[in-house]
Design a protein around this ligand. Structure first.
Ligand code: PHE
Ligand code: ZN
Length: 884
């Protein structure tokens, strides 16, 4: 293709790009203001002249009036920090364009045209990692949500779908591999050591799914035969030395492809599927059509450098991005308010996949823990928003646990209400009806409603109302009738003071205490503010098991005797409900301790009941170690704080640690026996061996909490004899909390062993920042000056500072030092990488729910940030919402 390359500077125009002011309060974008774009852009052709320091882009757009929109005499092409070096309309250079802020406005008559715009960008200077950026000498793009406008001028919105042709050329020595979406159509050698490649993607897509990668990469190559017999070439591209760590990702990819065919009837639609791993990435991974780009963290894994959890993470994220090919790419989003349309649904799909690949109940418990740890606090704090938000200022701030995880829960509820088969009929209809379109959440709900024959009229409230419903539960027994009294309350959230009752599907069972059995599970749906449900044939009062499998993402407040919780913790045949009973038992006890409700003997009685329940879990032969490991985990300090209106992090920490120490000493022999049994299981990836590794470190951690004799030696023994990262990291985590020569010795050994592996060094940073060691704050300060620390790499930043922000003891240090460190980080990081910086506002934003002294310190830090001025849109939005 012959694309004009000479820039010409147009006369009579002021290029505003550099001078454009950053408005202090960025404008609010509203869902209700949606209008279709005035122009269609059926075809795009991009020509890249690649260089790390400078890359030239020539974009050619075919445009035509959109019959479904108002006619217009101009076209607005979004840009972000770009300068138009040349603008052509129908082959002629024009100069009547203008800039509106960063956007390029070109006058156009109301018929089809060809636009051509030349821009020049500096990938090496792009530290925000949005648009085209450099990472370890390679070039890579990230366009979701609004990164394409940092590459070229374009209607950068998801409802403009185009087919893309991409030509790129660059020095062969620097960029031996040249990739983009779709199929490779031609390649060849150029002058002066350059080469070029031309890619074509036949599937129309929005700009956020565009991708380009150029670099010195090697591939793990394989293939997959689809259900209709088409062969798809698969490649996972990594840097040379990383190839041996790509096997698990490849297996995960093939399993995902097969599973999506079998469970959702979705077949892959190109002859090629490429994955590229990059070490500098803001998120986990990105589903660009045919060219997924991944954070190395979710590709690379081998037993020596990755834990069992890391292996699961790779499998889950590979599946997630692959599943987006249908839920996201073939059917995309009309606008960014519909983000949960692709993300909530795709998270549900990856959760169901992982449930099928491993242990279903354990996966469910893990997913609920994530929801409670990240989404519940969001839903009860200043950043609360519905899964389909009504407004935003910076869309990057809405890639949240609410959109993703609560979004998945909402769709999971639909599935529970109609059953798997009808749900599948609903999703089939959805894909069929909206294939090739940019759809809305409403389109999804309607398709499930029609396809699954489910009335979702009232259910739509789950899309519009924020806040986690609280359900109060009381079981009454009279004669032979048990009556369940339920009431719901959806708390007020920012902008939504009043709420309507929502339909809440609850799976329940009523146990006979004598036999330990029930007559089958039922699904009841609470649709009103209050309701009662009667069950006959109970001569004695049954024990209620409710929200089994976590059938609804709500907080259950049950009026239940401690004995009944002990009964359920031992006998419930729903693994989640069993886990939950034990959690509730512990939460109830710890809250009593924190509130000072118990005298010494009452406290001991409570502790003994918990120790007995845990001891029963340790002895239970009917559960496997993976499940046992879940049951042994006490509710986190964050979760405990979430159950209180105003939390005192110091008191929570003390009470929880006190209980751990008690359990450590009280059950010392059992922990030692468990540790020994688990240590004798040889390494493998099967469930038994993974379970053994999980309980092994739990046992060690309890022994350490109890400070029992010889625990340092035992931890060192586990550390030094480990033949896999799960055991080694587990032991190092325990040692990190202690104060002794083994700690230093292990940290030094770990560093020297893995100093060339960035992902493992991330673990080394985060283990220290998450440590219970009394000097954790000082350690984090010292680590910030470590030669391997850099603010330029998001994984490294997160490993040190997210670890620290979720370390309640250190972050909530009464001096306020922890708050100050996070505020300083935000200010330092904001000019480098606003997206990542803004994510650190959340922990400080919890100030309203923290006891007054700390609360004031947290708020003061937020005010300090707000006063700094010149903040990014990302950070300023989060800070003002957090203070508002
Ligand atoms: N769409 C990606 C995913 O969830 C997440 C992402 C968003 C990645 C924005 C990069 C930037 O799969
Ligand atoms: Zn996603």
């Amino acid at each position: 293709m012959d694309i004009a390359r000479t820039p010409s500077s147009p006369d009579g125009n002021t290029v505003m790009a550099d001078a454009a002011p950053t408005p202090h309060e960025p404008p609010v974008i509203r869902r209700e203001d949606y209008k279709p774009f005035e122009w269609l852009v059926p075809e795009v052709s991009l020509d890249f002249d690649l260089g790390l320091g400078s890359t030239r882009v020539v974009a050619t757009l075919s445009v035509a009036p959109n019959a479904k929109a108002d006619p217009s005499t101009t076209i607005r092409l979004n840009g972000d920090g770009l300068e138009p070096l040349a603008v052509q309309v129908d082959g002629e250079i024009v100069s009547d364009w203008s800039m509106d802020g960063y956007d390029l406005i070109i006058p156009l008559t109301g018929e089809g045209h060809e636009l051509r715009v030349t821009t020049q960008i500096s990938p090496a200077a792009n530290s925000a990692l949005m648009g085209l950026f450099a990472s370890n000498g390679m070039l890579c793009t990230q366009c979701e949500a609004e990164g394409f406008r940092r590459i070229t001028f374009f209607p950068d919105r998801p409802d403009v779908l185009s087919t893309y042709r991409v030509r790129m050329s660059g020095l062969k020595a620097h960029f031996p591999v040249l990739l983009s979406n779709g199929n490779l159509e031609a390649q060849g050698e150029g002058e002066d050591g350059t080469h070029w490649a031309e890619w074509h993607d036949p599937w129309p897509k929005p700009s956020y799914l565009f991708a380009l990668v150029a670099g010195d990469l090697v591939a793990n190559s394989d293939s997959f035969t689809t259900m209709s017999g088409r062969e798809v070439a698969l490649n996972i591209y990594v840097r040379d030395g990383d190839l041996p760590r790509t096997g698990h990702a490849m297996e995960s990819l093939k399993k995902s492809m097969r599973w999506d065919e079998k469970v959702f009837g979705r077949e892959y639609d190109l002859d090629l599927f490429n994955i590229v791993a990059v070490s500098d990435f803001n998120m986990g991974a990105m589903e660009n059509k045919g060219l997924n780009v991944f954070n190395t963290k979710y590709v690379l894994a081998d037993p020596d450098t990755a834990t069992d959890g890391d292996f699961d993470g790779v499998e889950g994220v590979i599946a997630h991005e692959y599943f987006h090919n249908w839920s996201g790419n073939r059917v995309t989003c009309r606008d960014w308010f519909q983000l949960s349309l692709k993300e909530g649904f795709t998270v549900l799909r990856d959760q169901l996949f992982s449930q099928d690949m491993g242990s279903e109940p354990v996966k469910r418990i893990e997913d609920v823990r994530v929801l409670r740890g990240a989404q519940f606090p969001e839903d009860s704090g200043p950043l609360a928003h519905p899964i389909r938000p009504d407004s935003y200022r910076e869309i990057s701030n809405f890639y949240t646990a609410t959109i993703y995880n609560k979004g998945a829960e909402v769709i999971r509820m639909m599935r529970s209400m109609c059953g798997e088969e009808r749900f599948r009929a609903g999703t089939d209809l959805y894909f069929d009806r909206h294939d090739g379109e940019a759809a809305t959440c409403e389109d999804f709900v309607k398709a499930i409603e029609d396809g699954a024959e489910l009335d979702l009229e009232q259910f739509r409230l789950w899309y519009s109302q924020a806040g986690t419903p609280k359900v109060s539960v009381r079981l009454e027994h009279d004669g032979d009738t048990a009556t369940l009294h339920l009431s719901q309350d959806v708390p007020p959230t920012p902008g939504q003071p009043e709420k309507q009752p929502m339909p809440i599907p609850l799976r329940i069972a009523l146990f006979d205490r004598e036999s330990g059995k029930h007559d089958g599970e039922q699904l009841i749906t609470l649709t009103k503010a209050q309701d009662s449900f009667s069950f006959e044939g109970f001569a004695t009062k049954p024990v209620l098991s409710i929200n089994r499998g976590f059938s609804a993402p709500v907080v259950i407040e049950r009026d239940i005797a401690q004995d009944d919780l002990v009964f359920l913790a031992a006998h419930d045949d729903d693994p989640f409900a069993r886990y939950e009973a034990l959690q509730d038992l512990v939460v109830g006890h710890l809250k009593d301790v924190i509130d000072g409700n118990l005298d010494d003997s009452e406290r001991d009685t409570g502790r003994q009941a918990i120790a007995a329940a845990i001891s029963a879990v340790l002895d239970d032969e009917h559960i496997d170690d993976l499940m046992r490991g879940e049951m042994l985990l006490l509710p986190s300090e964050g979760y405990l704080a979430e159950t209180m209106l105003v939390a005192d992090p110091g008191a929570i920490h003390e009470a929880r640690q006190g209980l751990r120490a008690y359990l450590g000493t009280q059950l010392e022999e059992a922990w030692k026996a468990l540790h020994q049994r688990a240590s004798s299981v040889p390494f493998s990836h099967d469930a038994e061996a993974r379970g053994a590794r999980k309980v092994k470190t739990h046992a060690l951690a309890y022994l350490a909490a109890g400070d029992v004799d010889g625990v340092q030696e035992l931890a060192w023994e586990q550390y030094s004899s480990a033949d896999n990262m799960t055991d080694r990291q587990g032991a190092l985590m325990v040692l990190c909390n202690l104060d002794g020569p083994e700690r230093t010795r292990a940290l030094l050994d770990f560093y020297n062993r893995y100093k060339d592996n960035a992902l493992v060094i991330d673990k080394w940073f985060s283990l220290q920042s998450m440590s219970l060691h009394p000097n954790a704050i000082e350690h984090v300060k010292a680590l910030a000056d470590h030669p391997q620390f850099t603010l330029k790499n998001p994984n490294r930043v997160r490993s040190l500072y997210m670890g620290f922000a979720v370390n309640p003891q250190a972050f909530h240090d009464a001096s306020g030092e922890g708050y100050r460190m996070i505020a300083d980080l935000i200010l330092q990081l904001d000019p480098i990488n606003p997206q990542t910086a803004a994510r650190f506002v959340t922990p400080l934003g919890r100030w309203r729910r923290i006891e007054p002294k700390r609360s004031a310190l947290m708020k003061a830090e937020l005010e300090q940030i707000a006063a700094a001025g010149d903040l990014s849109r990302d950070t300023s939005e989060q800070v003002s919402r957090s203070l508002g």
